[in-house]
Every structure is written in structure tokens, then in C-alpha cells.
Design a binder for this molecule. Structure first.
Ligand SMILES: [Zn+2]
Length: 442
């Protein structure tokens, strides 16, 4: 809307469990989107919310709050659960080289903003109160469901969601839920309607408009958000402002693991910790995510991750081998890359072009500068020096043996092993955090 500026809102995590790699794919996508805008010289304002209250186990405004449920299961207060998993989430983003948003907005820090918005929805005649909460009356908002192209008239009560008898329409949803009795919940607040907590959808409307204004340029989330969560965000915001809430909705498709839906019981619920524990560079997963377009499903396999890591290491080795000189990136290659990435964020095509630059006849110094310019969008840390995780197993084993001798202060044996490692073409670097091996000449 404003020249040179772009406002992005991204639906954030519900912080009751470890994020899985499917969640992380969504934030790799929003980060790459943000980097693409910055590459095109836009100034980006980016908000990601933290859902730390009000997300119920059922989409039908029933069931338990996920935070309270996790609190019971993990014997921690709901507040501690929120703090703990928020930290885990933010650390995962750092590992994935995902920039912090301009604003992190936890729902529990914005209760008053949510109450104020519900009051406005009520004043606009779009809310009513039942015995268990305040609901949005979707029949009062003419264009309800346009994002998802919902067939409202053809919808039987209970067809999309379990029908609550007091709801006027099957698609109505909770803005505020009442506590059954005081002290029943750990997270509850006073409101004009009674003690309780906000519904899940209201936080995103309230916080998006607070930080970014009545209309925002881009809103991102998963495709699963289209029929309910984003449809309801639109209703809440537009019923109050009378203007368009979002100009562009971008939704990222699902990730499957070995062609299966991710599930804890099937052992296909993979976290970043597992990726790291298996000695993969977290950015190998970022590379893998970039090999598929965000609107296409991504099928994760360990085999595929191995391939991604190999490709990433080979690119880093190239950058490390090319001589550094202060030269400008190749203009023609930059405009080709820009064309691909600006075409609805076509990361597979952009990555493919990176390899074309490697194979090109450009001078090495220019190749290096050009690749690192592309990396501003890709975020793969291509200038990272390939380290021990890429060394062959026999070299890694030697390094582990040497560390043991060093702990025992057996310098003679430790030196002997160092010579063995050097003979295999690697240098050993000792740092306060430990030792690592680096391929010689890099
Ligand atoms: Zn949201």
C-alpha cells in the first residue's frame, strides 16, 4: 500500500509442545518471503504472534485449552509451559537462520486489546452472548467465508464443526469464553461479559491491526488456517473497520514424513532436535524446504535430508574455495535470480539457478560475490566453512579419541592423533567450546 514498505503478519505457534519440522517449514517460508522483499529494497514490518492462551483442542469452541492441558500433563504451570516452549520456538528459528520479526506479540500480553475489539464487534451488531461465552454472529457479516469459498447455505449444522445448540449458525465462533467457575483455569481475566479468556481467532485480528493497521499487505499461515482461523480473522476485522483486512493471503502447504501425515504415535513427529542429534546441519532442512514451492506439499525423508546436506556442503565448499576479492556480483545473474524469486517466491527455480552460476564461466571471485548475494534471500549461510559434521566418519572418530586424550592431559597421544588427522587432509582447530576439524585449504 505504501511505496517501499510492506507489512506482513504471520500466524505464530501455540506454545504447548515442541515445534515439528512441518511447523518450521511455515516459518522458513515467511522468512524467505521477508528476505525477498528486503532483496527488492522494501522496508518490512513483520509481526508474529505467540498463541499462549485460548487455542482449544477442538475447532468447535469446545474441548480443553491446549495450554491448560499441557500444564496438567507436564506438571508445570500454564505460564511456565508458555515460557518454556516460546524459548524453544525462538531458538529453533535461530538455528534455521530465521530473522526475528519486528514484533513478537504474545496473546496474553494483549488481553485488553482483544476485549476492546470484541466491544467494537458487539457495537457493530455482530456478537451475542450465550451461557458459555460471547460469539460472533456470522450471518451478520455478508461476505463471511469468501476466503475459503465456503458454501454457507449448503452447510448443515455440525457439518464443519460439532454444533453447539446455543449457536445461531453453524459457523459462529467464540470471541470470549467464560471460566466455568473462578480458579477453574490458571489463565483467566475479567471482562465486561464475565471472567474468562479470549477465543483463539480474536488475538490475530487485534494484534495485526494494533501493530500494522486496519489493512495489511500480506498475511501468512498454513493452508489449514483457511476455512476457520483466517476466515474468522477477516470477519472480526472487516465487520469493525468496514475495509479490507488483508490484500494478499499466502498459505504454505503441508509437510508429510515418508508420505505420511506427521503423527506422534507413528513416530513421524520430527523435531529440529532430532535433526541435529542425527548430525545434520539445521540449514540442510532449510535447503530441503527451499527445494519445493511453498504452495506444494513437501515430503520429508531422511534420505532426502542427506541429499540436501550434501548439496549444501558442496555449495559451501565452492564458496570457500573461490578466492575472496571485493568485486560486484554479476548483474545479469542477479536480475535472473530476482526474476525467479519474485515470481511467487519460486525457490526451487532460484536454487537451480545458483548451480548454474557455479557451472558458469564467470570468474571465481564474481561467482563467490554473486552466490553470497543470492544467499541474502536463501539464508543458507553459504559462507560458513564446512566443518566436522561434513568430515568422513574415520576423521570424526579420530577427533573424538583425541578429545578423550586431551581431557586426560595425554598430550603425546593427542599430538599423535592430530598428525593422523592432518595426514587425512584435515586441520584441527581447538577452541574454548571444543575441537573441530576443517578440510585443509578451506
Ligand atoms: Zn492467526
Amino acid at each position: 500500500m505504501e511505496p517501499g514498505k510492506v507489512k506482513i503478519y504471520t500466524c505464530g505457534p501455540t506454545v504447548y509442545d515442541f515445534p515439528h519440522i512441518g511447523n518450521l517449514r511455515a516459518y522458513i517460508f515467511s522468512d524467505t518471503l521477508r528476505r525477498m522483499f528486503e532483496f527488492n529494497s522494501y522496508q518490512v514490518s513483520h509481526v508474529i504472534n505467540i498463541t499462549d492462551v485460548g487455542h482449544l483442542t477442538s475447532n468447535a469452541d469446545s474441548g480443553e485449552d491446549k495450554m491448560e492441558l499441557a500444564s496438567r500433563k507436564q506438571h508445570q504451570s500454564a505460564w511456565d509451559i508458555a515460557r518454556f516452549y516460546t524459548e524453544i520456538f525462538k531458538n529453533n528459528l535461530i538455528e534455521m537462520n530465521i530473522a526475528s520479526p519486528t514484533v513478537w506479540s504474545p496473546a496474553t500480553d494483549h488481553i485488553q486489546d482483544q476485549i476492546d475489539l470484541i466491544k467494537k464487534i458487539e457495537a457493530a451488531g455482530c456478537a451475542y452472548t450465550t451461557s458459555d461465552g460471547v460469539y460472533f454472529d456470522t450471518s451478520k457479516f455478508d461476505s463471511y467465508g469468501y476466503l475459503a469459498r465456503l458454501d454457507i447455505d449448503g452447510m448443515e449444522p455440525g457439518s464443519r464443526v460439532e454444533f453447539n445448540g446455543e449457536k445461531r449458525n453453524p459457523t459462529d465462533f467464540a470471541l470470549w469464553k467464560f471460566s466455568i467457575k473462578q480458579g477453574d483455569r490458571q489463565m483467566e481475566w475479567q471482562s465486561p461479559w464475565g471472567l474468562g479468556f479470549p477465543g483463539w481467532h480474536i488475538e490475530c485480528s487485534a494484534m495485526a491491526m494494533k501493530y500494522l493497521g486496519k489493512t495489511i499487505d500480506v498475511h501468512t499461515g498454513g493452508i489449514d488456517h483457511i476455512p476457520v482461523h483466517h476466515t474468522n480473522e477477516i470477519a472480526q476485522s472487516e465487520s469493525v473497520t468496514g475495509q479490507k483486512f488483508v490484500n494478499y493471503w499466502l498459505h504454505v502447504a503441508f509437510l508429510t514424513v515418508e508420505s505420511q501425515k506427521m503423527s506422534k504415535s507413528a513416530g513421524t513427529f520430527i523435531t529440529l532436535k532430532e535433526v541435529i542429534d542425527r548430525h545434520y546441519d539445521p540449514l540442510a532442512f532449510r535447503y530441503m524446504a527451499l527445494t519445493s514451492h511453498y504452495r506444494t506439499g513437501l515430503n520429508f525423508t531422511w534420505e532426502g535430508l542427506r541429499g540436501a546436506q550434501k548439496a549444501l556442503v558442496s555449495l559451501r565448499e565452492k564458496v570457500a574455495q573461490y578466492q575472496y576479492e571485493e568485486v560486484a556480483p554479476d548483474g545479469e545473474s542477479l536480475s535472473e535470480f530476482r526474476g525467479r524469486i519474485n515470481n511467487d517466491l519460486n525457490t526451487p527455480q532460484a536454487l537451480a539457478f545458483l548451480f548454474e552460476v557455479v557451472r558458469s564461466t564467470l570468474p571465481d571471485t564474481v561467482k563467490r560475490a554473486t552466490m553470497l548475494e543470492f544467499d541474502k534471500v536463501l539464508g543458507l549461510k553459504l559462507d560458513k566453512i564446512p566443518a566436522e559434521s561434513e568430515a568422513p566418519q574415520d576423521v570424526v572418530d579420530l577427533l573424538v579419541q583425541r578429545q578423550q586424550f586431551r581431557r586426560e592431559k595425554n598430550w603425546q597421544e593427542s599430538d599423535r592423533i592430530r598428525r593422523e588427522i592432518v595426514a587425512k587432509g584435515y586441520d584441527v582447530e581447538d577452541t574454548p567450546e571444543g575441537s573441530r576439524v576443517i578440510k585443509k585449504g578451506l
